[in-house]
Write a protein that binds this ligand. Sequence first.
Ligand SMILES: [Zn+2]
Length: 270
Amino acid sequence: MLTDGWFLLDGGAMFGVVPKTLWQARAPADEQNRILLGTNTLVVRDGKHTVVIETGVGNKFDAKMRAIYGAQQLLPSAFTAAGIKLTEVDTVINSHLHFDHAGWNTTLHPDGTVSPTFPNARYYAHRGEVEHGRLQLERDRASYFPTNYEPLIAGGQMTLLEGPQTILPGISVDVYPGHTAQMLAVFLDSGGRRACYISDLFPTSAHLDVAWACGYDLDPLTTIEQRKRFYARAIPEDWLVFFTHDHHAPFGYIALNDRGKPVLRAEPAK
Ligand SMILES: [Zn+2]
């Protein structure tokens, strides 16, 4: 797991209708009411393929936006530190196309041009995300930076998915709507066990209560239903779950505690 560094978002926005008196115990806010979030990129290698799931916030903010979000632009150096060349990556999967998930799909250069950060990769995203982003709606146009995907589509480097699909042997995606209408979860299956990059269905491990939906979710009622759908398999089957925005606990197993509440565990139940 690599990181583009932490960034800061309004705590109220991250926890929707949940009162601050409840969420601040799990996610302490700074003097501007912002909470610290991770930007977790998962790299999967099997000797044949190098697969990247999510690409962080990227380098397309101006100075003012960088100050607001505290974005750090660390992902390329994180690849260097891990000894993985950007040219080795052959597959990139975006769960959705918000800027904090697709930011390093492309790199902005000083002359204002962008180029693919992973020049030899095939990129995958849901077609509905591109169509939604192109609408540039008042509600969420700030989340969709066309330079994160349009050049890849124009260059024939991005495959637009219609729904659940196998990407490579053992790597597949399924649709979990709520945050956006077609947000994808990414499944990794190996040796009879499953790991899941769940993206913003659960942005952090502080969001495990099914009703603690994020204020950014386009349809929080659907989020609640999809969380129940997720738990119905993830808990009994002991899935290893990866969270995009949890800087402190980026992954773990979910179990029910004595009171029937979902909690994060470092170890599988069995
Ligand atoms: Zn996000």
